[in-house]
Design a protein around this ligand. Structure first.
Ligand code: GRF
Length: 213
């Protein structure tokens, strides 16, 4: 890893996009708040939590954590963000001068317009050891394949679903866990992964392309 001198001193404004529970969002925000308390120079600021579902439990969690949060209609398609809805998301993120977008359980695929606006600056968490088991139902597919280990991956988002460059992974042995037990354990692994990555990001170990605002 090489240190990115361009961004090493500047604050990094995060937006976290969710659709549901928001446990990863909570882990991210709590970690940043704790780090900031211990070290005022900590650079990562969770600025906003946006959900494409008004009833997402994560919105209440964000409110409790004192982070600006709201719902934006995700549009007509359940699994992708396109058209007017996509534009609303982009406009909002630009207005808030967001540097980095984290998809943390955001259940829509983001497409070209969004990716052009936040090229190299959109990160997703996926509950598998990518490139294995992209897409849904990852844990059962891992068990069925005879895999001994599973894990979670943070990756850059590109046009290929769960296909962008992996920036960090964490693995664990399956043991005799079933899919539900793996899912529960993977959630804690995801939270750990985010915490470790945020610390590295703060120290300038991941490059973020310059803003295009
Ligand atoms: C996580 O398992 C993540 O990998 C996947 O969606 C889930 C979101 O969980 N993309 P939460 O809403 O953060 O609890």
């Amino acid at each position: 890893m090489s240190k990115n001198l361009d961004t090493a001193e500047k604050p990094i404004r995060l937006a976290i996009l969710i659709s549901g529970n928001g446990s990863n969002m909570q882990a991210i925000v709590e970690h940043c708040q704790k780090r900031k308390q211990d070290n005022p120079a900590f650079r990562i600021e969770p600025v906003v939590v946006i959900s494409d579902r008004a009833e997402a439990a994560g919105l209440a969690k964000a409110k409790k954590l004192n982070v600006e949060n709201f719902y934006i209609d995700g549009g007509d398609y359940k699994t992708k963000l396109v058209g007017a809805a996509e534009k609303n998301f982009i406009d909002c993120l630009r207005r808030l001068k967001i540097d980095l977008v984290i998809l943390a359980g955001f259940m829509r695929v983001v497409k070209s317009e969004f990716l052009q606006a936040f090229s190299g600056r959109t990160i997703n968490i996926h509950p598998s050891l990518l490139p294995f088991f992209q897409g849904l139902d990852t844990h059962q597919r891992a068990i069925d394949s005879g895999a001994t280990h599973v894990g979670a991956s943070l990756h850059l988002v590109n046009e290929v679903v769960d296909g962008g460059t992996t920036v960090m992974q964490k693995s664990m042995a399956i043991g005799n866990r079933n899919a539900a037990a793996i899912k529960e354990k993977i959630h804690t692994i995801e939270h750990q992964l985010f915490r470790q990555w945020l610390d590295l990001l703060d120290r300038g170990f991941f490059s973020i392309p310059l803003k295009k605002f």
